[in-house]
Write a protein that binds this ligand. Structure first.
Ligand SMILES: Cc1ncc(COP(=O)(O)O)c(C=O)c1O
Length: 438
């Protein structure tokens, strides 16, 4: 295989084609796509059934603009999502990106609070070490200093509470006190701001890039929801990365027995075949918005894009027909166990954590103290490079630890990756660790 320069992310090769879990570049190098890019390609690449569904739609019409037309793919996709979600989550708006989905969550929350007469409720609370998108609103609620960078001074005022991370709990907090600590911290923040000023709390049920895959501790989501409900604060679940089955449940928060007021889903929704995201919210919110304002007052040119909906509908139908979420649950447990057994003991692997087909491997320079590597060593990028040399693409993430340090990779295979591919992913990670640190 061709040698890439050490920080290959800056000079990637040109992609040629992808088939299933494999991607080939224009020089003929074939690699396993072990993370679906940033946890997107849940059915792998070039599935002929999805391509055919898109082609059929394009041959009819690419888009029937939403203000002029409804469409079968849109209606069917809405029905399918309603069935997956349950719990009163019946209302939705489709857009193109995860950031747009989060913006729409924030706007739905603001509009609802205004509509019910809670006009002071304009403030959002979020968590540190979180990522919700790159548009200004979504970035405002992102506790990710590396990405806020030069935009910091132009962002909305947002309060941040501690991450729900039991590998790196707040100083002086034991793992068994973490949930109580976090619930109290949120309650105190709401009281500090004045409940009459707080619109919503936003969180990722399993943090993605901003934490290197961090599932919240058991009981956290329920405790947080109780606090939100006590003070009339809406709960927004950002499942752009963790939703659409990535963790084994269609909704990531289903695992915690919690139904949010508003949620976002994106990457695995259309599996990357065409861009599509969705904001889903409670019927009671939809009813109020319809009555007061005629509906949710936002949208974009490509809202409910017809071909995008047709692609996502086919992706979701295939996931259902092939029982892929059952596979993600059972094989995901195998994947996590294998990673822990074969990679977890490595002297520079601090933690292996995740759920379903969503795993993070955090690298540290000292396993005992959990001290991250100095950022200028660019360990995540170097690990990504070593993996690529072993013929495996994983998503390198950095800047999620203490200060702006923190290095790791995300493992997020296609839901239909074969047993052999999953086995090779684990084997190639072992080899890449050796290659990097030897
Ligand atoms: C949890 C979460 N929210 C929002 C976003 C933003 O999505 P997009 O990059 O599609 O705008 C991301 C992207 O990685 C994400 O992981």
């Amino acid at each position: 295989m061709k040698e890439f320069p050490p920080f290959s992310l800056q000079e990637p090769p040109k992609v040629a084609f992808g088939r299933g879990s494999w991607v080939t570049d224009q020089d003929g190098n074939e690699v396993i796509d072990g993370s679906g890019g940033p946890a997107v390609y849940c059915l792998g690449h070039s599935d002929p059934r999805v391509n055919e569904a898109i082609a059929n739609q394009l041959n009819q019409i690419a888009q029937g603009y939403r203000r002029f037309y409804n469409s079968d793919p849109l209606e069917q996709l809405e029905a399918l999502i309603r069935e997956r979600c349950g719990g009163g989550l019946t209302e939705m708006m489709f857009n193109s990106s995860g950031s747009e989905a989060v913006e729409t969550c924030l706007k739905a929350a603001l509009q609802y609070q205004q509509a019910i007469g809670q006009t002071g409720r304009t403030r959002f609370i979020s968590r540190m070490r979180s990522y919700h998108g790159n548009t200004l609103g979504a970035l405002s609620v992102s506790g990710y200093p590396l990405r806020r960078g030069p935009f910091q001074e132009s962002l909305l005022p947002v309060s941040f509470v501690s991450p729900a991370n039991d590998y790196r709990p707040p100083e002086g907090v034991d793992a068994d006190q973490l949930v109580e600590f976090l619930a109290n911290e949120l309650e105190n923040e709401i009281l500090k701001l004045g409940p009459e000023n707080v619109c919503a709390f936003i969180m990722e049920p399993v943090v993605g890039a901003a934490g290197c895959v961090v599932p919240a501790p058991a009981g956290y989501a329920q405790a947080i929801q109780a606090v939100c409900q006590k003070y009339g604060v809406l709960l927004i679940s950002d499942e752009v990365m963790s939703g659409a089955g990535r963790t084994g449940n269609w909704r990531a928060l289903e695992h915690d027995g919690v139904v949010p007021d508003i949620m976002s889903v994106a990457k695995g929704l259309g599996g990357g075949y065409l861009p599509l995201s969705v904001t889903i919210y409670q019927q009671k919110i939809g009813d109020v918005l319809r009555e007061k304002d005629g509906g949710l007052m936002t949208g974009h040119t490509f809202t409910a894009h017809t071909a995008g909906c047709a692609a996502a509908l086919k992706v979701q139908q295939i996931i259902e027909e092939e029982n892929l979420l059952d596979r993600v649950k059972t094989k995901g447990a195998w994947l996590g166990q294998s990673l822990k057994e074969r990679v977890g003991d490595h002297p520079f692997v601090g933690d292996v954590r995740g759920r379903g087909y969503f795993w993070g491997i955090e690298l540290v320079q000292d396993k005992e103290t959990k001290q991250p590597f100095a950022r200028d060593l660019q360990i995540a990028e170097r690990f990504g490079h070593a993996l690529r040399q072993e013929g495996l693409l994983l998503y390198p993430v950095s800047g999620f630890g203490t200060e702006q340090q923190g290095d790791g990779v995300i493992v997020a295979p296609a839901y239909n990756a074969t047993d052999d591919v999953l086995e090779q992913i684990v084997g190639r990670i072992e080899s890449a660790l050796k290659r990097l640190f030897d």
